[in-house]
Design a protein around this ligand. Structure first.
Ligand SMILES: *Cc1c(COP(=O)(O)O)cnc(C)c1O
Length: 226
């Protein structure tokens, strides 16, 4: 069972603000996804490769599947034929593998670079130094990957009730987005800023997000957290 009224209110608000909603359906049954699909939702986010592969095979082909989890290089091949956008790319090595699998499938795969913005050490993501390396010093290595398109950045704020801390982290990610927005590299077209989840998406939008990833608000609480 999805929270239909909440979804309707959220999608109306986001549409007015020009923000894309990725409905995060991890651990949720296919019937719930279908229910939301029937209301017009097309962008869905998943964290686990096997779960995504299973759902993709059985649900409407019109769905845009976003991979938002931590992707291991050896699993890229399973989603390369259909994935719409990979949000959590945090190494050049992973970009190389995505490029390779995209080429095998004769397509271009769009990706977001994950930036480490939270206080927790455990969260994934590149730091500003690594981004500078990628876009400047190693620009030729990046531009050689002709089957990927870097379309922006993704970040996860600290898990805290301190709203000012969260806001500060989103502000920082927005500044990264602005810094690289105009890079002149053939396979980079920086336009997407994926930040904000159920608990902090309104702050994220105030700070410039144009893509939010919302799960529990729409689908209800998950039985296990990831
Ligand atoms: C699970 C998850 C979400 C959605 O979280 P909710 O709090 O349920 O909205 C968003 N982004 C990522 C990367 C996630 O893993």
């Amino acid at each position: 069972m999805i929270k239909k009224n909440t979804y309707t209110a959220i999608i109306k608000d986001l549409t007015e603000k020009g923000v894309t909603l990725v409905a995060v359906s991890k651990t949720k049954p296919q019937e719930s996804i279908k229910e939301l699909y029937d209301l017009g939702q097309r962008d869905f986010g998943e964290n686990y490769v096997q779960e995504l592969v299973d759902k993709q095979a059985q649900l409407p082909q019109e769905i845009h599947w976003h991979f938002i989890g931590h992707l291991q290089s050896n699993k890229v091949k399973y989603i390369a034929s259909f994935v719409h956008l990979i949000h959590g790319v945090d190494s050049y090595k992973l970009l190389v593998e995505i490029n390779k699998q995209a080429a095998k499938n004769n397509r271009v795969i769009h990706v977001l670079l994950q930036v480490h913005i939270a206080q927790e050490e455990t969260k994934f993501g590149l730091d500003e130094n690594e981004l500078d390396q990628m876009f400047n010093a190693n620009q030729n290595q990046l531009s050689a990957l002709q089957n990927i398109m870097v379309e922006g950045f993704m970040g996860m704020a600290s898990f805290t009730d301190n709203k000012e801390q969260v806001r500060k982290e989103f502000k920082y990610l927005k500044s990264i987005f602005e810094k690289y927005k105009h890079v002149q590299i053939a396979n980079c077209k920086i336009q997407t800023l994926s930040m904000g989840m159920s608990g902090d998406y309104l702050i994220a939008i105030e700070e410039g997000s144009n893509m939010v990833r919302i799960g529990s608000l729409i689908f209800g609480e998950r039985n296990y957290i990831s």
